[in-house]
Write a protein that binds this ligand. Structure first.
Ligand code: PAF
Length: 288
């Protein structure tokens, strides 16, 4: 196919998406899916390219999911730029872009809520009540519509990946979850749609978040979880513009918080921090 069908902001588009994906499945084509909330950057494009490399067809969704925002201002200020998103995706040769209207995606407000247990009760789950329920509902609905063989998620949202793994296993989706490494600016700042709201100097300061994580990871073997975490904290404290919300070592598979007595071969260190009123998250995996 040498054009990208774009189904956006029209009624009945779920049916259009289903029509395409079902015809591809009949032809035994593999379908790779990249769910996004738009405001695309190189991190998203990297997921799209990974999908392109390993699947016959690539579907990208663009939908700012109101259910996963516990803060109305955050939802309102979330960057949106559908036109340039579509332009970027057409250049990547994706096979289908699905950008539904909220009214169509949720014809009636969902009554269900999802509880992922321990994996979602800490870090983001603790700070943003209801967030992972909203993520789970939107991703499950998208999976039903797109019926992908593989779904691609960025490791920057490490806890989200763990939640989606549970969603797939617990609800029996026959989908392979692919976790892709975090893409970063040369400064180390993790790419995020939220970075668009930072000033140039804010971006420079925010890069120190990753520097802190690197210090902790470098010190882990010698000093252990608690002392290594202190190394990161000491670094971050040099930048009063960075307000750390949490900084924790976790088991990246189930998000169990690790302390001095824990045994974990491949831990990750996770952070949420505020810079210029923007909430940023990042993490560093020991296996990367
Ligand atoms: O990671 C995101 O952008 C969102 O949480 C997702 C997976 C697209 C669900 O809205």
């Amino acid at each position: 196919m040498n054009f990208t069908p774009i189904t956006m902001n029209t009624t009945g588009e779920n049916k259009t998406v289903k029509y395409y994906v079902r015809s591809w499945r009949k032809e035994e084509k593999t379908i790779g899916f990249v769910p996004t909330m738009g405001a695309l950057h190189e991190g998203h494009l990297d997921l799209v390219r990974k999908a392109r490399e390993t699947c016959d067809k690539v579907v990208v969704s663009i939908f700012v999911n109101p259910l996963q925002f516990n803060n109305p201002t955050d939802l309102e200020k979330y960057p949106r730029n559908l036109e340039s998103d579509v332009e970027m995706l057409v250049k990547e040769n994706v096979d289908l872009i699905y950008a539904p209207l909220p009214m169509e995606f949720y014809p009636t407000p969902p009554n269900v809520s999802l509880d992922f247990g321990k994996v979602s009760s800490v870090l983001e789950g603790e700070m943003r009540p209801g967030h992972f329920s909203g993520v789970g509902i939107v991703v499950a609905r998208l999976f039903h519509i797109v019926e992908p063989h593989k779904a691609f998620f960025g490791a920057k949202d490490l806890q989200q990946v763990a939640v989606i793994r549970n969603l797939i296993n617990d609800l029996g989706f026959d989908i392979e979850l692919v976790r892709c490494p975090t893409k970063r600016e040369t400064s180390g700042l993790a790419l995020s749609s939220r970075n668009k709201r930072l000033s140039e100097s804010g971006k420079k300061t925010a890069a120190e978040i990753f520097a802190g994580l690197q210090l902790a990871m470098a010190g882990l073997e010698e000093f252990g979880f608690e002392e290594a975490k202190k190394l990161a904290r000491q670094h971050l404290e040099k930048y009063p513009e960075i307000k750390t919300e949490y900084l924790e070592w976790v088991n990246p598979e189930n998000m169990e918080i690790l302390s001095s007595t824990s045994q974990q071969k491949n831990p990750a260190i996770c952070i949420a921090a505020w810079v210029e009123g923007i909430r940023l998250i990042d993490n560093l995996l020991s296996e990367n």
